[in-house]
Design a protein around this ligand. Structure first.
Ligand code: MRU
Length: 366
């Protein structure tokens, strides 16, 4: 996607694989800064501190982290250590485990001397595949938006609500939840997006609003608690969110607050779709409530980051001194609340049967 007229991906190798460039998402929306990862430690830190975040991008960053590790030591032990080290940086998004397993499976049979170049090539392939999957998710999701647009009066916009950032910044390009929105906008459909601010890290305010604005998609930022009210008033035609892990039976882990949006959507009859690439499906789990939920520091709840009139970015305390805060970062939306999944292979019911209809090879693998 374009920033200031320049087309970017969220991650790319430079200098023949000596370093990997990322957009530092902790600086957005106030500063657009590219930083360089040169070691596996730096890749791990970028994932842990959320310089990169979003399930697909976490996975691709980890893949490049393995490649950076292989530049230094490509032994079997170093490969196993890099995979184990990167895997423990964030617990909920299954794309991390998926990408690391892809790298391990591809590299393990090779002679150590060939692993570094092969690792960069394979990480690049995973990045390209993510772009292709997100583009296809958008093409399938566009059908849903088209159908809603066809029922609207001339000039009336389709109103989509989204939570967190499941945009191109969370992936390599296009995004999952945002891909249908970009494609609808580009196709000339009048579209407006309600953007949940997504406390406490404000991925909606800082990232989704930034990227929709950069692409010219009309949008309005709302507080996290406004969605139910807007749905009751008929101001939301559909909800599309991303996900960090979908179980084989269709339960959905996503950013904290997603469940409340799904409940409100069910009560008001608003379709609630979850957009995902196949790398987000955890075929080893049935029950969403066993997905590990990341507990982050209470400091993220107690402090807000913001820019003051002089342009400086500061952290502000918003609670009394000594206040205790809890910060579960994700929640689980049961499959029964999900209208459907938008995947790179098409749209399906949020159920084992629905997923297997799109991924029949998994039936054989079971
Ligand atoms: O904590 P984050 O910012 O990594 O959480 C991101 C989300 O919850 C996204 O909605 C999810 O990863 C889907 S990204 C396409």
């Amino acid at each position: 996607m374009k920033i200031g007229g320049h087309a970017y991906r969220t991650i790319w190798p430079e200098d023949d694989g000596a370093r990997v460039a990322i957009i530092d998402q902790t600086k957005l929306p106030h500063r657009f800064e590219v930083v360089h990862l040169t070691t596996v430690d730096e890749a791990a830190r970028a994932i842990l501190t959320m310089q990169v975040r979003g399930a697909p991008l976490i996975g691709v960053t980890a893949a490049y982290g393995v490649a950076l590790a292989m530049r230094v030591d490509a032994s079997d032990e170093a490969l196993a250590a890099a995979v184990a080290f990167l895997a423990k940086q964030r617990p909920t998004a299954v794309n991390l485990r998926w990408a690391l397993e892809e790298m391990r499976r591809h590299l393990a049979p090779l002679e150590p001397g060939k692993r570094a170049d092969a690792a960069f090539a394979h990480a690049g392939l995973l990045a390209d595949q993510d772009v292709a999957m997100c583009k296809a998710i958008g093409e399938h999701g566009l059908q849903i938006i088209h159908e809603i647009a066809a029922r609207k009066k001339p000039g009336e916009a389709v109103n989509v609500l989204t939570h967190c950032n499941a945009g191109w910044l969370a992936c390599v390009d296009w995004g999952t939840a945002t891909s249908p929105m970009y494609q609808a906008h580009d196709a000339g459909i009048a579209l407006h997006v309600w953007v949940d601010e997504t406390r406490p890290r404000n991925q909606g305010a800082a990232l989704t609003a930034f990227e929709l604005g950069s692409h010219g998609v009309p949008h309005t930022l709302i507080v996290d608690n406004a969605g139910g009210h807007l749905m009751q008033r008929g101001a939301v035609d559909l909800v599309i969110v991303g996900t960090d892990r979908v179980t084989a039976s269709g339960d959905v882990a996503n950013k904290i607050g997603t469940y409340l949006k799904a409940l409100a959507a069910k009560d008001t009859g608003v379709p609630f779709y979850v957009a995902l690439p196949q790398s987000t499906i955890d075929w080893t789990l049935e029950d969403g409530f066993v997905i590990p939920i990341e507990e982050r520091s209470g400091d993220e709840v107690l402090r807000l980051s913001g820019r003051t009139a002089d342009g400086a970015v500061h952290l502000f305390d918003i609670a009394p001194e000594g206040c205790v805060a809890a910060n579960p970062a994700f929640d689980v939306t049961p499959a029964r609340l999900v209208t459907g999944f938008i995947t790179e292979r098409g749209i399906c019911a949020a159920s084992r049967a629905g997923l297997l209809a799109l991924y029949p090879e998994r039936d054989a693998a079971a």
